[in-house]
Design a protein around this ligand. Sequence first.
Ligand SMILES: [Zn+2]
Length: 227
Amino acid sequence: MTTSLDFHDILDKKDQLIATAKRCFERGLQTNAGGNLSVCLETREAIVIKPSGVGYNECTRENLQLVMMNGEILPSELPLKPSKDLEFHLEIYRRRADISAIVHCHSPWATGYASAGLEIPCLTVQTVEKIGRMPLIPLNDQLGPQTAEMIGPYFDDPKIRAAVLANHGTIGTGKTLLAAQYLAEIIEETAHIAYVRDAMVAAHGLKTPASPVFGTLKDQKMALSAE
Ligand SMILES: [Zn+2]
């Protein structure tokens, strides 16, 4: 099975993952050894994923893990295991052929917002254009982490590209790791902006102003001309 995998593609995807993980760490979206990110090989037979217990800033070609799409974990050079969130990554890839990369991090503004039980509003034009909606997925019934079975169905809606896990973190997806990382950054930025807006609205006794409906003027013109 392993011999059919393209060695050059594996190295290429490992290097992309290392670069994205560094960017995520340097932006402060993920500290310590939490969070995880993965990318599909071109054939979608297998994924490259961060190992459990290794920080975003410490990912190397040697410690990244390879897992077949059916869940079979391929032997690795070091005694490490794939991230414990492996199952939800595979679940999203199996449901969405248009998603080839996932960045999951515990970024503080977004996780704090979600832990208050609030869905982060898409209140900037960029968020409306790039994300549209980022559903809030609650803890499981026993107040434990969200399972793959809970997360997967949210991605059956082809419009969903990002989600936020209450008391846990964020999920950004994309065709490439950089695209998924951009969404992880937009989610965090949006939560920060929403917090400032909500604090200003409360401090000044204002009513919450309307959020944008359209992300681009082109979408607005198309919608208005269709009326
Ligand atoms: Zn996590």
